[in-house]
Structures are given as C-alpha cells and as structure tokens.
Design a protein around this ligand. Sequence first.
Ligand code: ATP
Ligand code: MG
Length: 140
Amino acid sequence: METTLSIIKPDGVRRNLIGKIFAKIEDKGLRIAATKMIHLSKKQAEMFYAVHKERPFYGELVESMTSGPVVVSVLQGANAIANYREVMGATNPAEAAAGTIRKEFAVSIGENTVHGSDAPETATTEVNFFFAASEIPNKE
Ligand code: ATP
Ligand code: MG
C-alpha cells in the first residue's frame, strides 16, 4: 500500500472537472482517502513548488496555482505514486497518452490540470504540507 498527493489545479476546478478527474482516479483502483478544496496563498504555492524556483516558468506556475481554488487529495493503493502519474499522463499534454487526464483535459504544459507526487519521499512531504494526521481517516 502506497500513498500519494493529488492536486486538481485551478484550471481543472474552474472548468468543472473535479468529478471526471475523481472518476479516472477511482477507475484506476486508487482510493481517495482524504480530500479538500483550498485556495493557495502565493507563499504556499512558492513553497510547494520551491524545487522549480530557478526555472523560467516558476512565476507563471505560482500565478496559475493561485488563480483559483484547488482540490488536494490523499490517494492510496498499490503503487499509488506510479499509478496516479500514469493516469495523469505526461507533463506536456501534447505528449500525454490517450485516456489520461492531461491528454483529455489539460490546456497547456503550464495549465496541465493535475499534480501528482513523483517519489515516496516527496509524497510524504507533500501530504504533510496539506493535511494534518487528524484529517486522514485511519491514519491517526
Ligand atoms: P507536477 O509536479 O505538477 O505533478 P510534473 O511532475 O509532470 O508536474 P514538473 O517537471 O514537476 O512536472 O513541473 C511542475 C509543473 O510546472 C508542471 O506540472 C507544469 O504545470 C509546470 N511546468 C513544467 N514545465 C513547464 C514549462 N516548460 N512551461 C510552463 N510550465 C511548466
Ligand atoms: Mg513534479
């Protein structure tokens, strides 16, 4: 059993895609263990994506991540990290496989509708960034 963090980015929430994205997650056999809607502050978005601080798209990324509410979720299941990244599809929607969230819904490489953790260590950090233990049923 593995845990990962999912974010439905503002472009996905804005276009009423929460249900369709949750359906793809659940159809893949992943469990939505905890979820909530929040509007990230500039500070939170900068901290969350700090690893990309030196990249040319950082400012644009922080701006789009704070442009409206997001839905953050804890996903659990066998190989949850890799499985969710498979459902998400490639970062650039032009390269994403058929049936993936980004292929079907992403607007561009920047506004690519979803985020998913990329390794066990980042998954732990990212879940703790958004959720208290008391917010994750069965985790206390
Ligand atoms: P995420 O971390 O959001 O799950 P990812 O792991 O597929 O996506 P990263 O390389 O970690 O991709 O990039 C983080 C985010 O930064 C991307 O999801 C995208 O929103 C944005 N981004 C990445 N590359 C570019 C780019 N070349 N131009 C604009 N935005 C980009
Ligand atoms: Mg990433």
